[in-house]
Design a protein around this ligand. Structure first.
Ligand code: 13P
Length: 249
């Protein structure tokens, strides 16, 4: 599936206070309203605490609300978890599932698959994350690792279930400490591998790149064939930088 609009997803992670999240949302909303970015889609993923307030700020704006995580059960004795239904009622439309920073804390692809299905069941769109470590890349296992992650994450999603597949090589994330970033040619090769895995099983997905995307590099990644947008951490934490990402996508 191809998207007419380039998608820029801000993953603010745990970087902002509530006050800072609300202020940044207000600034982005104001700046976007002055621009005519008809071919771009902005999605903001704040932390859970900020979601309800940000949802109010985003009403009647063209900016879409997303979340950084979710639990797969609907209701019950699950201390500390947030249900898909509660997210959906805030106006949240997208949910990141299986980010590598959650995987580093022990989340496996069986759990990620349950989360993706729960998100789709509430008529939201999961942003499913995959990507290899530097050690796996050095051993030449990137293609196999990513293909396996995709297969496990998408078990019985249904041919028509809509999702975003975000390829984020873990070693290319700005805070990974590797000091390295995948080049766009190698990213394009990885996306060809990913498409091969997905296209025989699904029809309703979009491809997203993530890892050290900046206003300078965004075009290199967003222009890769069949890539519909980017998932951005660090460069999404300032309004001017986020607007520049949207302009350059
Ligand atoms: P950076 O853009 O800071 O590398 O973060 C990428 C990421 O993990 C987005 O989910």
């Amino acid at each position: 599936m191809k998207n007419k609009k380039k998608i820029v997803i801000a993953n603010w992670k745990m970087n902002l206070s509530l006050k800072e999240s609300l202020a940044l949302t207000g600034q982005i909303k104001k700046k976007i309203s002055r621009l005519n970015l008809v071919d771009k889609q902005a999605i903001l993923c704040p932390d859970f605490l900020a979601i309800t307030e940000i949802s109010k700020i985003l009403k009647k704006s063209k900016i879409t609300l997303g979340a950084q995580d979710v639990f797969y059960e609907g209701k019950g004795a699950f201390t500390g978890q947030v249900s898909p239904k509660n997210l959906q009622t805030t106006g949240c439309q997208y949910v990141i599932v299986g980010h590598s920073e959650k995987r580093a804390l022990g989340e496996d692809y069986q759990t990620i698959n349950k989360k993706a299905k729960a998100v789709i069941a509430e008529k939201m769109i999961p942003i499913i994350c995959v990507g290899e470590t530097l050690a796996e890349r050095k051993k030449g296992q990137s293609d196999k690792v990513v293909a396996n992650q995709i297969k496990q994450a998408t078990v019985s999603l249904g041919k028509k279930g809509k999702f975003l597949l975000a390829y984020e090589p873990i070693w290319s994330i700005s805070t990974s400490g590797s000091g390295q970033v995948i080049d766009s040619q190698e990213a394009a090769r990885m996306f060809a591998v990913i498409k091969k895995v997905l296209s025989s099983r699904f029809i309703n997905y979009l491809l997203i790149y993530g890892g050290s995307v900046s206003p300078k590099t965004i075009a290199d990644f967003s222009k890769i064939e069949d890539v519909s947008g980017v998932l951005v951490g660090g460069a999404s934490l300032k309004a001017d930088s986020f607007i520049q990402l949207l302009k350059n996508a």
